[in-house]
Ligand binder design. Structure first.
Ligand SMILES: NC(=O)c1ccc[n+]([C@@H]2O[C@H](COP(=O)([O-])OP(=O)(O)OC[C@H]3O[C@@H](n4cnc5c(N)ncnc54)[C@H](OP(=O)(O)O)[C@@H]3O)[C@@H](O)[C@H]2O)c1
Length: 277
């Protein structure tokens, strides 16, 4: 059995490789791929260069793969053509199953960031390659506790609940899904849910310092992000994710994450405790 992991130079892909090894998959049955061979060399498994912008490199890396963990690219706005290259390579190489890291409620969400994931899921379905969609909820690492302690938390998510978990939980769930004989097609993955006011309250409780959440309109939040040096388009996309979160786009129902993990997802309080330590 060969499992190819893309994006293995990144945080999630690397943690998936480590989790596969922890689960007893022999190193020679894992192939870590990414754009930077120097970064890949730090992993204890064979590696090969594969760039989503270079279809031939992806096809060559996928040849002989039973399963591929396809980590969504990080270049927002460029991902549809890049991901098309990956899907076409998977089909041409005869990959047995593609497990794709998607986004919450990818088929219905109106969050701008989700559109490229919806397009990728559709490309995979249309390709006929057996596919599993891991619709990863927000990473807890998206919230910077040190920054919250210094400045407070600002956003436009209102009372929207966010079902977040540490990135490593999603990585372990991905490794578990890769090893299932008969996975579901869609997993909606998220941990304990909280509002940003509850996040601020938990950081206050554990640190002993007052941290507040200030809820802004989407427009004011964009202005604030731009004022902090974020390019306008990026600020708009980020603020849009808060707008969508205020309407429940990041609240995940069900227990898919705990089921794949075989344990509850890491609670917010534990993640904050670990960060403060
Ligand atoms: N759910 C969430 O809260 C959340 C938050 C952030 C991101 N995400 C998504 O989840 C993915 C994985 O998260 P992460 O934390 O591992 O992100 P990350 O550390 O930025 O890693 C992204 C990985 O994708 C690779 N990549 C990007 N463009 C590529 C291309 N054109 N060809 C080949 N590889 C490419 C990167 O390669 P390089 O090392 O060469 O750049 C890197 O290995 C992200 O890419 C993004 O789609 C989700």
């Amino acid at each position: 059995m060969t499992i190819v992991v893309t994006g293995a130079t990144g945080h999630l892909g690397r943690a998936v490789v480590e989790s596969l090894l922890d689960r007893g998959v022999p190193a020679d049955q894992i192939l870590a791929t990414g754009r930077d061979l120097n970064k890949l060399a730090r992993l204890d498994v064979p590696s090969r260069r594969a760039s989503y912008d270079d279809p031939e490199s992806v096809r060559a890396a996928f040849t002989g793969a039973d399963k591929v963990l396809f980590v969504s690219g990080s270049e927002v706005g460029r991902r549809v053509p890049q991901h098309r290259n990956v899907v076409e390579a998977a089909k041409a190489a005869g990959v047995g199953r593609v497990v794709y890291t998607s986004a919450p409620k990818a088929d219905t969400s109106d969050m701008r960031l989700v559109a490229e994931h919806r397009a990728t899921e559709k490309m995979l379905l249309d390709s006929g390659v057996p596919a599993v969609f891991l619709r990863n909820g927000w990473y807890l690492e998206n919230y910077d506790v040190a920054d919250a302690l210094e400045h407070g938390i600002f956003g436009a998510a209102g009372e929207g609940r966010i079902s977040a978990a540490p990135r490593v939980d999603y990585a372990e769930a991905a490794a578990a899904a890769l090893l299932l004989d008969d996975p579901k097609q869609v997993y909606e993955l998220g941990g304990e849910s909280f509002t940003l006011a509850e996040l601020a309250a938990e950081i206050s409780r554990q640190s002993g310092r007052e941290v507040t959440y200030t809820d802004l309109s989407e427009e004011k939040y964009i202005e604030m992000l731009v004022g902090a040096g974020i390019p306008v388009e990026g600020a708009k996309v980020y603020a849009d994710s808060h707008r969508a979160a205020s309407n429940g786009a990041l609240e995940i129902e069900g227990d898919d994450l705990a089921t794949l993990l075989g344990r509850p997802a890491t609670p917010l309080s534990t993640a904050i405790k670990n960060t403060l330590a």
